[in-house]
Design a protein around this ligand. Structure first.
Ligand code: XMP
Length: 435
């Protein structure tokens, strides 16, 4: 292993991720563990240099105060106790530093004076360590991956290709609800450039048939998710026996407990609803990375920026932006309009600056006039929002020239559309998507 490690023990703090981030930002790799990790488990961690006991307000479970095992405090590894009033701590107890600067100073002293840790956390070392541990885990066996083309699955694929090459079998299902050019990019990057074993399935017609006449948003999601699993399983079965399933689980999916469960790290099945009874062992090489670190990893592995910095895109894809019962004409309109929006955001230098920006086509029409004739066509709704955690969102204030440009292009280039609207509703009470 190339990287030193600082273990953060979760004693019910809501700030475990922030602490892990902070330690990494100072150049030392860190991971969060449950407070009741055993001595054996902890000592088995490679290159362990120090332990941070991260106390917090959720440190009471069933009336009992939780604490790390006594061996933590008396052991050979340096311990920093933060905001946790334990009778066992012999070393000093720091109150949670009030400012970021104070926390930085406290951590610097701990990491480099007491733990003598090396500043060796960087993407090159992370990739080298992961490649080594993936090879150890997988050996000569086969790994299956559902490659959606999203950031996480793309980075997992690139990492596994580097580690085990043709032992990785990628399956990309085009459910017909992808954005313009998206499936083509997956094929181009992974099959042509990275020489991956890639099965590409165009299941568009099959999904559209299943979705025909279904207007309820949750029903649409269920159909898309369920059908996705079926197609994926069918294709996987054709590839023969697989030993592992690779997943793009990332740290925010598993790290932050901040609850009285005090289970800092739990077994986690992150995947657009893959069933629990799949008989695979999991390979999850990104499970200790935060989102921006996943992107940095992708860049280091040579993936194109358009893949690594792409905006979030929902699993059910354009299906939840083609409102109500999906029809081919409106699906086509939303795909073309979305491509125009993305292109113009790119040109305006807003790609990567705005969290999410896209087009929606509702299932109602309005009167208009085209070529001197009455028309009765669909509107396109523009949406551009910013958020930190997707729980709340504010509207990006697009300037008029850009709105005019996008509107002009959509009205000229997208068939069946006669109006463009701009949604300026924050979340809440609206949501980011319309369905
Ligand atoms: P809402 O619309 O709930 O969206 O404000 C919050 C964020 O989640 C994305 N989203 C989804 N992602 N499957 C996904 O993988 C879904 O069914 C889904 N619905 C919404 C949305 O794009 C936004 O980033």
């Amino acid at each position: 292993m190339k990287q030193d490690l600082i273990a953060i023990l979760d004693l019910g703090s809501e700030g475990n991720s922030r602490m892990a981030r902070k330690v990494r930002d100072l150049g030392v790799y860190s991971e969060i563990y449950a407070h009741d990790i055993t001595e054996q488990e902890l000592r088995a961690l490679p290159n362990l240099r120090g332990i941070i006991v991260n106390g917090g307000k959720n440190n009471i479970i069933d009336g009992q105060r939780i604490d790390a095992g006594p061996w933590v405090y008396g052991g050979p590894t340096p311990v920093l106790v933060i905001e946790h009033d334990t009778p066992r701590a012999e070393k000093h107890i720091a109150a949670l530093p009030a400012t970021d600067d104070e926390l930085t100073a406290e951590l610097n002293a701990f990491l480099f004076d007491r733990c003598r840790a090396d500043k060796n956390w960087n993407m090159k070392n992370f990739i080298a360590d992961q490649v080594e541990s993936i090879r150890r885990q997988v050996g000569e066996r086969k790994v299956l991956l559902a490659l959606s083309g999203g950031v996480d699955s793309s980075v997992v694929a690139a990492l596994l290709i580097k580690a085990v090459g043709e032992q990785l079998y990628c399956v990309h299902v085009n459910h017909g609800l992808m954005r313009k050019g998206e499936s083509e990019q997956v094929v181009e990057v992974f099959r042509r450039q990275l020489k991956a074993n890639l099965t590409f399935v165009d299941a568009s017609e099959r999904f559209l048939e299943k979705l025909a006449g279904v207007a309820d948003p949750e029903e649409k999601r269920k159909i898309i998710g369920g059908e996705f699993i079926r197609v994926f399983e069918e294709e996987a079965a054709k590839l023969g026996k697989m030993d592992f399933l690779a997943q793009g689980t990332i740290y925010p999916d598993i790290a932050e407990s901040g609850t009285k469960t005090a289970k800092g790290v739990k077994a986690h099945h992150n995947v657009g609803g893959l069933p629990d009874d799949l008989q695979f062992e999991l390979v999850e090489p990104l499970k200790y990375l935060f989102k921006d670190e996943v992107r940095a990893c992708g860049v280091e592995l040579g993936l194109p920026d358009s893949m690594v910095y792409r905006q979030p895109f929902p699993g059910p894809g354009l299906g939840v932006r083609c409102l109500g019962a999906i029809t081919k004409d409106r699906l086509h309109a939303v795909r073309e309009a979305d491509a125009i929006v993305r292109e113009e955001f790119d040109r305006a230098g807003l790609a990567g600056q705005v969290w999410q920006y896209f087009a929606i086509v509702p299932d109602f029409r309005s009167t208009g006039v085209k070529d001197g004739q009455r028309s009765f066509e669909y509107p396109v709704i523009l949406r551009a929002v910013n958020t930190v955690d997707a729980m709340t969102a504010t509207v990006e204030e697009l300037n008029w020239p850009l709105l005019h440009k996008i509107t002009g292009r959509i009205l000229a280039e997208v068939e069946g559309v006669n109006r463009v609207l701009y949604d300026i509703s924050p979340k809440p009470p609206a949501t980011i998507e319309w369905e």
